[in-house]
Design a protein around this ligand. Structure first.
Ligand code: ADP
Ligand code: ZN
Length: 714
């Protein structure tokens, strides 16, 4: 099997579970494979297909993808074809007769084919060794993508009872999973699940502040790479795409309102590396199987964690490090809520709000993002620290007690009648005597000039932080005005402590926490040359560039600089067929580069794996201070007083500390037994175990802080 893997796919090792699955398939048993996007599901039926005597039938709903998959197989020297409505009747007959003549090893078919007239007769003539069902969740009405034609599969199985089946999906809740098993009559022992962690994806949430400027910086870092930017509205996608293009980053917009032809064109340009950046609504993605998307940006708050996970999942299918960046502002919650309020069904509306709150919680959460996501999807034994998300990597933003300035800002907004924007509120606070201020009589308000000592930039930042944390909100419109939310009013009335990110530090928090693009320190100039060559060859053959070679392969070429075809054949993704077809031109390109840039070849050590780098995380000073008080066994309140921070902030520190290091003694902070017991039950009853859902379940009996604390003991 390893030989087949290297010869046909150019890979040296199996990904987790692939070998076990392939073994089971070859033993003639039925399997259900649950793996995240990019986990390497296809290989689980493609490799057995090569070893089995007959044909492998692959059912897939994504007609647009069939051609790419078949092209990719053919490029690897595997005889594959597809049957769907995009072919002319003549072409279809041709494929069928080639299949009968045993000239095809892997045949992709659209699900509607299966119920069609004459299909079973056709099957009888074939020797079907394996039935593969891709996107198997489509068979279930519980899933998010039910396809009635998938129901034909149950009867198809009956027609060829001897043939083993392999069903594959990336999205399966326990319901859907059981549904697939029962409909396809697969036994529980045949289930393989690799867990849903996408190790190579790095998650970041950043404040929605000067977002376009931040976006441009991100694009600068990812220049030339494939990027998807998700926006909430169609109009936004067009605006952002236009502005990016003006700023020198070629991009196209994509949404369901565009004509079909235009959408196809945009997709095609993206897949062929002609337009690197797509700015899209969530309509974009289904049917995109581009392996080298390096960055997925969310400009607005997604509606659900499920959706967010699926959208970010489109990054880094090839396993190389890729980034997911979400710009968050609490104000976005209200935007989404506005739409949710229009849902008529009461139950659905409530469900939508709950999911939205979970999403907000993800954004505001201060512990490991990956931990949060995987817990949400019900995974067991998830590490609490990944070292590859903003919360694990970034130095903590120092917080300060900003109660006084926050109260001033909130009062100024209220006293001016919640009818003005941030600029005017700042003018009032700083005691400006501008004509407009005087005309409105705002120079006589008690709040006039009460923050004259604070620089304008700092004031603006405080306002933004208050927005992000939901103390104030901004009405959208031609003249955006600020108003104070319920949360803000309560804080003002109760004189609660308000902690905000310390202003002088806010600016210093580097936006970029990007780790290196690959474990290999390859020469970027050589990589660019190889990339250009790849594009040229791909265009000549009318296929997407990634079908020629993936990025990882080009990285290895640009690093090892192989001087012979034999050495080139040892590189990742270089199989026999590809070596024969493309080896010469790529070798020539490498040789040219070696001469041009005066470089030295590096020999690839046999069987070497890239070392996993894992740097230790230094705990920041603010956490360190809290930790010292914790060790002295102070109570939450005492620590809050000592540190001049709110109890909530202290609890967050403790949460971070507990998750970042083992063996910290916090026993003295455990809630009273009966309450703890009740909260524990609450978390256990709750499927996703998010704070928001438990908070609501108890009808706000326990505060978020109490729940947070209790959770540490679970
Ligand atoms: P999925 O269908 O699970 O989303 P794919 O089957 O498309 O994932 O695989 C994702 C990428 O990983 C593809 O580019 C594939 O060639 C690559 N891949 C699969 N198996 C291996 C392996 N054993 N070693 C290296 N790369 C692999
Ligand atoms: Zn993390």
């Amino acid at each position: 099997m390893l030989k087949l893997l290297k010869t046909h796919f150019g890979y040296d090792t199996f990904r987790p579970l692939q070998k076990e699955i392939i073994d089971t398939v070859l033993a003639g048993k039925d399997t259900l494979v649950l793996m995240p996007t990019g986990g390497g599901k296809s290989l689980c039926f493609q490799l057995p297909a090569l070893a089995l005597p007959g044909i492998t039938l692959v059912v897939s709903p994504l007609i647009a993808l069939m051609k790419d998959q078949v092209d990719a197989l053919c490029a690897n020297g595997i005889s594959a074809a597809f049957l769907n409505s995009s072919l002319s009747p003549r072409e279809q007959l041709d494929v069928m007769s080639r299949a009968r003549a045993r000239e095809i090893k892997i045949l992709y078919v659209a699900p509607e084919r299966i119920g069609s007239f004459g299909f079973y007769d056709f099957l009888v003539d074939l020797n079907v060794s394996l039935l593969a069902i891709d996107e198997a969740h489509c068979i279930s009405e519980w899933g998010h993508d039910f396809r009635p034609e998938y129901r034909n599969l149950a009867s198809l199985r009956m027609k060829i009872p001897q043939t083993p089946v392999i069903a594959l999906t990336a999205t399966a809740t326990p319901y859907v999973r059981d549904d697939i098993l029962s409909q396809l009559n697969i036994r529980k022992e045949g289930v393989f699940t690799s867990g849903f962690n996408r190790e190579n994806l790095h998650y970041h949430v950043r404040p929605k502040l000067n977002t376009f400027a931040r976006l441009v910086e991100l694009m600068e870092e990812h220049k030339g790479e494939s990027v998807i930017v998700y926006c909430f509205s169609r109009k936004n996608t067009e605006d952002v795409a236009e502005k990016l293009t003006k700023a020198g980053f070629r991009s196209a917009s994509y949404h369901a309102g565009l004509p079909q032809k235009e959408r196809e064109r945009v997709q095609e340009q993206f897949i062929r590396d002609e337009v690197p950046i797509i700015v899209a609504t969530i309509a974009f993605g289904m049917g995109i199987d581009k392996p080298d998307v390096r960055l997925v940006v969310h400009m607005d708050l997604p509606k659900t964690i499920e959706g967010y996970y699926q959208e970010t999942g489109r990054a880094g299918r090839d396993g190389l490090p890729s980034e997911c960046v979400l710009y968050y502002s609490y104000a976005d919650r209200r935007k989404q809520e506005f739409f949710i309020n229009q849902i008529e069904d009461d139950h659905e509306q409530k469900l939508a709000i709950r999911k939205l709150d979970d999403m907000v919680e993800y954004c505001q959460n201060i512990v490991c993002r990956r931990f949060f996501l995987l817990m949400y999807f019900g995974e067991k034994d998830v590490p609490t620290f990944c070292n590859a998300c903003d919360n694990c990597v970034k130095p903590d933003v120092e917080e300060e007690d900003a109660t006084e300035i926050a109260q001033k800002i909130l009062s100024a907004i209220l006293k001016t009648g919640e009818r003005f924007g941030s600029a005017h509120v700042c003018d009032v606070l700083r005691g400006s005597k501008k004509k407009r201020i005087v005309e409105l009589g705002h120079n006589h308000l008690s709040v006039h000039g009460i923050a004259s000592d604070i620089p304008i930039g700092a004031l603006r930042t405080y306002i933004e932080s208050l927005k992000t944390l939901g103390y104030i909100a901004q009405n959208e419109g031609e003249y955006p005005t600020l108003n104070v939310t319920q949360k803000g009013r309560l804080a003002l009335m109760d004189k609660s402590v308000i902690t905000l990110p310390a202003v002088d530090v806010v600016k210093e928090v580097k936006q970029s926490a990007r780790s290196s693009k690959s474990d290999l320190a390859y020469d970027v100039r050589v990589f660019e040359k190889l990339r250009a060559l790849r594009k040229e060859i791909a265009d000549a053959q009318n296929v997407p560039p990634f079908i020629i070679f993936g990025d990882r392969t080009l990285h290895e070429m640009a690093f090892y600089l192989p001087s012979t075809l034999e050495k080139m054949s040892t590189l990742f993704g270089v199989g026999d067929k590809k070596l024969e077809a493309f080896g010469e031109p790529f070798l020539a390109c490498v040789m040219d580069s070696v001469r041009e840039f005066d470089l030295q070849e590096n020999d690839k050590p046999r069987g070497a794996k890239s070392p996993l780098t894992r740097s230790s995380s230094g705990v920041s000073t603010t956490l360190q201070e809290t930790k010292e008080l914790l060790i002295q066994k102070l109570s939450i309140e005492e620590m809050a007083v000592q540190r001049g921070l709110s109890p909530g902030t202290i609890i967050q520190h403790i949460e971070k500390l507990v998750y970042a290091e083992d063996g910290l003694d916090i026993a003295h902070l455990k809630p009273a037994e009966s309450e703890f017991h009740e909260m524990k039950k609450g978390f256990e009853r709750n499927r996703h175990a998010t704070l928001t859902s438990v908070f609501k379940q108890f009808n706000e009996k326990y505060s978020y802080d109490e729940l947070r604390l209790a959770r540490l003991f679970l």
